[in-house]
Design a protein around this ligand. Structure first.
Ligand code: FES
Length: 226
């Protein structure tokens, strides 16, 4: 006598596991199908996520993000500065795929400090293992001691000011404050000032504009000039 998988002793000639939804065979098959579906979904998600994450990282070497020249006089002033931040202007060119290129006046805050001092002040930028916690590589200009910060407050996006008398940055909107190296020292901002890619080309300096997500501790790139 033929036995079914449940051991009931009843014969089921001419049937298959599909006809017997409660058999151990079918339960195993369903579990397998469910796991396979989740796994395939995960792979598809991963395949989509990698290009999306990749597209958020500015590639300053391949022309994906175009650097803008910094004002020559401002760059000179920063080179001569000693422990004072310098506001340097530049023209930000923005090109949306479907709109004509737009130019608007913009500026960054530049500081000059030794790499050692900057490293000590900004553990949010230099991790303990020496690696950079930035979405772009540290440049030769940075190694020489120059850093430029986005002028946008990382709290909610206001423009902060430089308090020269106290050598610190202060945001008028909700009172966030940052020291000379851009370290967060007071107020509701969740991180220090955001560095921007700075390169020296033929003696002139150029910056790549990045917009980071506000309010969060991590530097998540929202957009960059392209
Ligand atoms: S936007 Fe600067 S402190 Fe809120």
């Amino acid at each position: 006598m033929a036995h079914d998988a449940t051991g009931s002793g009843h014969a089921h000639f001419g049937t298959s596991a599909y006809d017997l939804p409660q058999t151990a065979d079918e339960i195993t098959r369903r579990t397998f199908m469910a796991k396979a579906t989740v796994a395939i979904g995960g792979l598809i998600g991963l395949g989509l996520a990698i290009p999306i994450v990749g597209s958020l990282i500015p590639d300053t070497s391949s022309g994906g993000a175009k650097p803008s020249p910094l004002d020559a006089a401002g760059w000179k002033e920063l080179q001569a500065a000693t422990d004072k931040a310098v506001q340097i202007s530049f023209t930000l060119k923005n090109k949306d795929a479907y709109l004509p290129e737009e130019s608007s006046p913009a500026s960054v805050w530049g500081i000059k400090t030794s790499l050692e001092r900057f490293k000590a002040a900004r553990p949010d930028i230099f991790l303990a293992d020496g690696k950079l916690n930035l979405p772009f590589p540290y440049s030769q200009a940075n190694v020489m001691g120059f850093t430029v910060f986005s002028p946008i407050c990382p709290h909610l996006g206001c423009r902060y000011n430089y308090d020269a008398a106290n050598n610190k940055f202060a945001c008028p909107c909700h009172g966030s404050q940052f020291d000379y190296e851009g370290k967060h020292i007071a107020g509701p901002a969740a991180r220090g000032l955001d560095p921007l890619p700075l390169n020296i080309k033929d003696g002139d300096a150029e910056v790549t504009w990045i917009r980071y997500r506000s309010t969060i501790p991590d530097r998540l790139v929202v957009s960059y000039t392209s």
